[in-house]
Design a protein around this ligand. Structure first.
Ligand SMILES: [Zn+2]
Length: 259
């Protein structure tokens, strides 16, 4: 029980109801094999390189391997997935959890999402479903996907475009987790998602970007460690540079061809 209590999400999860004692912290997430990028492309897709400098480029699938992505979806029809709200993603929204508890890593957040522990007040003009939910959580070791990218999350701006049109990524900041490794993994995942969904760099935004109507501070200082004085500035520009660095590795002369 003590283990459960110290894992209570803080800050960003401040609306969260208490963890229910029946959920056991062990075993944790049932992991499936890391995801291959080709999974989205069908069995007949093959990868070719074209153009003179194509050989120097990295395959998107190889970048995804570096991300170390696991799929651990919230079961369909349960908790935050009781509501099927389709999405054609046009943005990627970057957050940080502000959950500094020991052990509040990607696995722990995945477990909490699957067990319906991340609650919020459902109200008109506010949270639409009574749960917080986003698509990916990253930490120093891995990324975990909780929601398919064609379903809306509840992580940004209530009924606004941040929720209706963006893929949400939460970066862990639990004690002992390497921030720099988490940022690099997030930048790689973001670059891969840009490639997969044809999302331009200008549409990779911090949570700050989305106004939360009705709140006294509509623009949240999130992800706080990539903001300058609570707003996008030099640090955010640096992060965009990291994303672009990885995006350039996989974009350009390579293409997929369906046979
Ligand atoms: Zn946020």
């Amino acid at each position: 029980m003590r283990a459960l209590l110290i894992l209570l999400p803080l800050s960003i999860l401040s609306l969260v109801a208490a963890l229910v004692s029946c959920s056991s912290p062990s075993p944790e997430v049932v992991m499936v094999k890391p995801v291959s990028g080709n999974a989205q492309l069908g069995s007949t897709a093959t990868y070719v390189s074209g153009g003179e400098s194509g050989a120097s480029k990295k395959r998107p699938d190889d970048l995804l391997k570096e991300v170390n992505l696991y799929k651990d979806y919230i079961p369909k029809g349960t908790h935050a997935r009781q509501y099927r709200r389709s999405m054609n993603p046009r943005y990627i929204t970057i957050h940080s959890t502000q959950n500094f508890s020991t052990g509040a890593d990607a696995r722990r957040h995945s477990l909490a999402l699957k067990n319906g522990k991340l609650r919020a007040y459902k109200r008109k003009g506010g949270n639409r479903i009574g749960y917080l939910v986003w698509h990916f959580t990253t930490d120093q070791d891995m990324a975990i996907q909780h929601l398919p990218t064609n379903e809306q999350g509840e992580h940004a701006d209530f009924s606004g475009p941040g929720n209706r049109l963006s893929i949400g990524i939460e970066m862990c900041e639990n004690r002992g987790n390497s921030r720099s490794e988490t940022i690099e993994r997030t930048a790689k995942l973001t670059a891969y998602l840009m490639h997969e969904h044809h999302i331009p760099l200008k549409n990779v935004v911090p949570h700050y970007h989305w106004a939360r109507k009705g709140l006294s501070t509509p623009h949240k200082n999130c992800p706080h460690y990539l903001m300058d004085n609570g707003k996008p500035g030099a640090k955010w520009a640096w992060f965009q540079g990291r994303v672009n660095h990885y995006y350039k590795q996989i974009s350009g002369n390579h293409r997929y061809v369906s046979l």
